[in-house]
Design a protein. Structure first.
Length: 576
């Protein structure tokens, strides 16, 4: 394939770009993709641009979207349009559009999956969406059914002034909502999608305790969500709230990835309206922009892109990166000139796919690298200039941010250690009596269909201490706790009830199954290494299941009575 990209400035108009491309275009090809990224959202000008290209290139696939800025020739522009021509030798294209005003989200996603399923050799999807009137998050969740090897990338169509309409367009239509997808079908096309964030977490973790739909955080740690910005950064709600928070997004951990979530606005009730999804009970932290880290991580990504030796690149990057880097924005784009022809846009939301899951991103740079066929023998990656180091330019604010971040991490680690000490039995490292009792009462309040427990008492334990000493007795207790902890599910809980007694809580387990589990645990305990006199460690166990409307006290009495029966009837047995 070959790519030819142009920036339409005062010296270069659309017609001259088309004429230049026609002179350079290979004589034969399988398909031609022309992408127009206009300046502004004037529908008449968009239609004129499409008409000019269509008349000159009647067999071209023409697509485009409004945007917050264009990228070409290693530069960004918020004043000029960008056009790129991608010529494929062995790749076929199919364009799919859905108008969010006319088709329900679930119908659109199912139709899209059906259409993709009928395509041969589908290797990649570029998708641009106008989320207005369209639930992009749910649509993407359904698209996760696509085979994992299919590359996915794109971003939101918008404008630098978000108060005016955004558009998607093809040769035949202009849409003010919905999606535009370009599907790449080929046996030889390789598409590599890379992304980079660069902002760094700051301060302590906060839990999303209340949401209002998929893109609104009502409360963080039980308080109005905006208060985190007011408390730590003295940013208050108002018309400049979005602009003021650009440098300080929220970041959350999901499926092993760090995702940014940037507030678009703040409601009167203190809720934060985001540009991408969040989930209740997820934890978030504030993040801050580290100029050096952003440039360094971007350039490391570009070195990885260069290894693929691409023939063309499409870029979708967040407009907030312009706001943060300002006059230095060109630094994270300049290296593309050394790699391959490229073009792209600035957006208020980007997409990629990691481990089969499509991600909605903020403040991220996404690059899709294209190459048809294998790397030519002897072809080496482009040599990139040395990484730029800005350490000498670090501001006092950035140094303070680093200090605060490290201090917060140390405080969090100390708090976790204190919490562990408060919950754990110091000797056996399982839950202590207070915590295992709290866990049981919590499950009891949830009123599950089944809730069972096992009370365990080590047989003749006093004689172990008396004969061999407390060091041996402690070792028996530790080994017993390990037998119990490793012998149950992660959703079960093990605690030391006191002395040589332990309690195992089994949520969603009926009595018959709990008795079987108890007998298996009894055998595990008996298989511990024998004591010095050859004796085996044994345990008696009482098992019970919570009955309808039974309170904690009555249940404990029945459980303890079953344990007493096991001890009375010869020990080393289970009674339920």
């Amino acid at each position: 394939m070959e790519q030819f990209s142009y920036m339409l400035d005062e010296k270069t108009n659309l017609q001259s770009c088309v004429n230049d491309f026609r002179q350079k275009c290979p004589k034969s090809y399988a398909s031609l993709l022309v992408t127009i990224f206009p300046h502004g959202n004037d529908k008449e000008k968009i239609q004129d641009a499409v008409k000019t290209v269509a008349e000159a290139l009647p067999d071209a696939t023409i697509v485009g979207s409004t945007n917050s800025g264009g990228i070409a020739l290693g530069e960004l522009t918020v004043e000029y349009a960008v056009i790129t021509f991608m010529v494929f030798k062995d790749t076929n294209l199919k364009v799919i559009t859905y108008d969010g005003k006319k088709i329900a989200n679930e119908n659109a996603s199912q139709q899209f999956l059906d259409e993709c399923g009928q395509m041969e050799d589908l290797v990649g999807i570029e998708l641009i969406a106008v989320p207005r009137y369209f639930d992009a998050h749910s649509f993407f969740e359904d698209l996760n059914e696509l085979p994992e090897e299919i590359a996915f990338f794109g971003g939101n169509a918008d404008t630098f002034d978000m108060s005016v309409p955004s558009y998607l367009f093809t040769r035949d239509e202009i849409l003010g909502s919905g999606i535009l997808a370009i599907c790449f079908c080929s046996k030889t096309l390789r598409i590599h999608v890379d992304s980079v964030f660069g902002w760094k977490p700051l301060g302590t973790s906060m839990k999303i305790t209340s949401t209002d739909g998929k893109k609104v955080i009502r409360e963080l740690d039980g308080k109005p969500a905006f208060s985190v910005y007011e408390k730590y950064l003295q940013i208050v709600p108002g018309e400049h709230f979005h602009q003021d928070t650009l440098e300080f997004p929220l970041v959350l951990e999901r499926d092993g990835d760090t995702l940014a979530r940037l507030p678009d606005s703040c409601r009167d009730d203190g809720a934060l309206v985001l540009n991408a999804d969040c989930k209740q009970d997820e934890t978030v932290r504030l993040a801050y922009g580290d100029f050096n880290e952003i440039l360094h991580s971007t350039q490391v990504m570009q070195e990885a892109i260069a290894e693929h030796i691409p023939e063309g690149i499409l870029i979708f990057t967040c407009v907030s990166r312009i706001t943060f880097l300002q006059d230095n924005s060109w630094l994270e784009l300049a290296h593309y000139n050394h790699i391959a022809p490229h073009a792209g846009i600035y957006t208020h939301g980007e997409y990629d796919r990691v481990n089969g899951r499509i991600r909605m991103l903020n403040m991220t740079l996404v690059s899709a690298s294209f190459r048809e066929g294998e790397i030519p023998e002897g072809k080496k990656p482009a040599h990139l200039p040395e990484l730029i180091s800005m350490n000498e330019n670090l501001s006092l604010v950035q140094r303070l941010a680093r200090f605060i971040n490290i201090a917060s991490m140390e405080i969090e680690a100390a708090n976790k250690q204190l919490k562990s000490l408060a919950e754990q039995d110091r000797l056996t490292k399982v839950f202590n009596r207070g915590e295992i009792e709290n866990i049981f009462k919590y499950h009891l309040e949830e009123q599950p269909e089944h809730l069972s427990a096992i009370m365990i008492d080590l047989d003749n334990f006093k004689s172990v201490n008396d004969t061999f000493g407390h060091e041996t007795g402690d070792r028996v207790l530790i080994n017993t706790a390990k037998c119990l902890s490793t012998g149950v599910r992660a959703s079960d809980s093990v605690g030391r009830w006191g002395g040589e007694e332990f309690l195992v809580i089994l949520p969603d387990v009926p009595l018959e199954t709990a008795i079987s589990i108890a007998d298996r645990l009894r055998k595990r305990i008996e298989c511990q290494p024998p004591l010095d006199d050859g004796r085996r460690t044994t345990a008696s166990m009482g098992v019970a299941e919570v009955q309808s409307d039974e309170d904690y006290i009555n249940f404990y009495k029945r459980l303890d009575a079953n344990l007493y029966t096991a001890k009375k009837n010869g020990k080393n047995r289970v009674v339920g």
